[in-house]
Design a protein around this ligand. Structure first.
Ligand SMILES: C[S@@+](CC[C@H](N)C(=O)[O-])C[C@H]1O[C@@H](n2cnc3c(N)ncnc32)[C@H](O)[C@@H]1O
Length: 480
């Protein structure tokens, strides 16, 4: 029952909880299945999930105990405890209010069995560790409560085994523009201030794409696991220069690994990169400016964001010249017309000729106006180009198949584009899809961002399909 709470989200659409003292604006984004049916989500299916885990447990599981306790004050954990925790995600979910929906039905049934858990008329709210709008100073409150829990963890945690903290919080648009993410900042402040050092991070695919609020949107698909150990009492103090240098050294390989090996969804990359970034920051006792001022977690997160932007820029620089032209033009004009003279200047900077781009079918240049061909024009009817196509054309042709609706060919359609690209151009097309996602996401164009996010997350499947088509060719887009 607890896990179903995490599938609820606050939303603008209002369904009001009749049992809650306050109206809760929310919608169901997950239909609970009938436990007595034979369909997905029935009772036996759930039991089988748990059984599979139990079968694979290596530790002695003869006894398990569960308590309900406030993590900020609990004394249940003894010294040397191995801690794995999934703390509340700042203001994303009002767990206690949502729980009341179920609690009022469970209480009459289970009160006799668990009188301690069901003593209240509704679930406890005062200790709840969230930054909900119903609290005064929600941010300070969240940070103070979480800090208390982290300090307690630090006091009791094992020296031998690391502690693991799961966290997921998507930065809001306005946060990305000026400030760094409050949800992340407060959580990391609590972790670092408690004396933990982050020694590893893993993005984990934890959110099902089938859930209804994930369909057609750019919701997070993963959580990040922060692997922490107590920071040594004699950890060094670093200057901000040293911190930035180490960030510049350590972050690009970590981002390469996340994108090239991990194929992390573009929508999750900013969140996933916080881990390796904070790994650098938290290895120091303190980071300070030359004037001795503290470089805060907020400053460090801003430096991580800057390092990601530098990395993106580097990625753009590695693309072929026509692609770099199209990218820059799209940022200036989208798919609208712009003056030919401006295109000429840009093309010289990118070392290409506007007429060649026109001949390659990437843009139209007529009556002194230049217009980039929109995504809709990259369907299978588009004439096949001889020779290796650019990363731009490859990416757009594949993205066309990812457009929502019936017409796109999905993974199969995109896989049929792969043979038109050289190996290097195919890698570049994936990099480009990430870059286009970033541009569209920053511009608030969630529909286009969604298409490029889908393309990247389908990349492994597209490659596999392309491979199987090469081994057993059927009629493909290339033969049409
Ligand atoms: C991100 S959720 C964990 C979800 C869980 N991993 C699952 O899959 O069901 C955070 C949980 O922390 C609980 N919580 C909130 N305040 C707490 C507190 N002061 N002490 C202990 N738990 C708290 C919430 O009720 C919620 O169940």
């Amino acid at each position: 029952m607890w896990s179903s709470f995490s599938r609820w989200h606050n939303s603008g659409d209002k369904v009001t909880g009749v049992f809650a003292r306050q109206a809760i604006p929310m919608i169901y984004d997950f239909a609970e299945g009938n436990p007595f049916s034979n369909s997905t989500g029935n009772w036996m299916a759930h039991i089988q999930w748990v059984a599979k885990v139990v079968e694979r447990l290596t530790a002695d599981t003869s006894e398990a105990k569960a308590w309900q306790a406030d993590a900020s004050t609990t004394t249940h954990a003894g010294n040397g405890t191995v801690i794995v925790t999934d703390p509340p995600y700042y203001d994303n979910i009002s767990y206690a209010q949502l729980s009341d929906f179920f609690y009022v039905w469970l209480r009459p049934l289970l009160r006799g069995i668990h009188p301690d858990l069901f003593s209240g008329i509704v679930t406890p709210k005062v200790e709840e560790m969230i930054a909900g709008p119903r609290f005064q100073d929600p941010r300070q409150r969240f940070e103070a409560l979480l800090s208390g829990a982290m300090r307690r963890m630090r006091e009791r945690c094992s020296d031998e085994f690391p502690s693991s903290i799961f966290y997921a919080y998507k930065q809001q648009q306005e946060e990305r523009e000026g400030r760094t993410s409050t949800g992340w900042e407060t959580m990391l402040n609590a972790v670092v201030a408690a004396g933990f050092q982050i020694v590893g991070t893993w993005p984990m695919r934890t959110e099902l794409t089938e859930r209804s609020n994930a369909r057609g949107t750019n919701t997070l698909a993963s959580s990040v696991v922060l692997v922490c150990r107590p920071r040594a009492a004699d950890a060094p103090v670093a200057t901000s220069r040293q911190f930035r240098d180490e960030l510049a050294r350590d972050l690009p390989p970590a981002l390469d690994q996340l994108t090239r090996e991990g194929h992390i969804a573009p929508t999750d990359l900013a969140q996933a990169a916080i881990g390796p970034g904070m790994q650098v920051y938290s290895r120091f006792q303190r980071v300070e400016t030359l004037g001795g001022q503290l470089v805060t977690v907020r400053n460090a997160l801003a430096a991580v964001n800057q390092a990601i932007a530098d990395y993106d820029q580097q990625q753009e620089g590695s693309l072929d010249a026509p692609t770099r032209f199209c990218l820059a033009w799209r940022q200036q004009h989208g798919y609208r017309e712009g003056p030919y003279g401006e295109a000429e200047v840009l093309s010289q900077a990118k070392n290409v000729a506007v007429d060649d781009l026109d001949a390659a079918g990437l843009l139209t240049a007529e009556r002194g106006l230049v217009r980039l061909l929109p995504l809709d024009d990259y369907g299978p009817d588009r004439p096949r180009r001889l020779g290796s196509i650019t990363a731009w054309e490859g990416c757009m042709r594949m993205a066309w198949h990812m457009l929502p609706g019936e017409h796109g060919g999905g993974v199969q359609g995109a896989a049929e584009v792969v043979p038109m690209l050289s190996g290097a151009a195919a890698d570049a097309a994936e990099r480009l899809a990430r870059i286009l996602y970033n541009h569209d996401d920053r511009a608030g164009d969630s529909a286009n961002a969604y298409v490029f996010n889908t393309l990247v997350t389908s990349w492994t499947a597209i490659r596999e399909k392309a491979q199987s088509l090469a081994e057993a060719p059927e009629q493909t887009e290339m033969d049409v």
